[in-house]
Design a protein around this ligand. Structure first.
Ligand SMILES: [Zn+2]
Length: 114
């Protein structure tokens, strides 16, 4: 099954890609996703599976609200969601998913902010 698609209007401006239940959608105006961006989205795919799909989005949204209260800045809140912290800190390491332990995202809840 093809896992990367491109769209003109989705995800919103400023975001290169989004992962919807394991399907990666890139915003076409930003061009083909880089190896790093694909790796970032694949990290999310793993997180999504281990959170049984719906709980990923639920936790993601709830943590974004908590981080928004904490940082009072929507983008900073986004970068500090545990799932994003894990993905941004490891997406350059193309070997990361081969060695990643289950539920590694939870180690990032308390780590320093981005
Ligand atoms: Zn991400």
């Amino acid at each position: 099954m093809k896992k990367v698609f491109y769209s003109k209007r989705f995800p919103p401006k400023g975001f290169a890609a989004i992962n919807l239940f394991g399907v990666i959608i890139g915003r076409s105006e930003y061009g083909t996703l880089s190896v790093r961006e694909i790796n970032h989205e694949k990290i999310h795919s793993k997180q999504i599976i281990e959170m049984l799909w719906v709980f990923f989005y639920l936790f993601y949204f709830v943590e974004w609200i908590v981080r928004l209260i904490q940082f009072r800045n929507p983008m900073q809140a986004y970068y500090n969601i545990s799932f994003e912290r894990e993905a941004y800190r490891n997406d350059r390491n193309l070997d990361y998913l081969a060695h990643r332990k289950w539920y590694s995202s939870f180690k990032y809840i308390r780590r320093g902010s981005e």
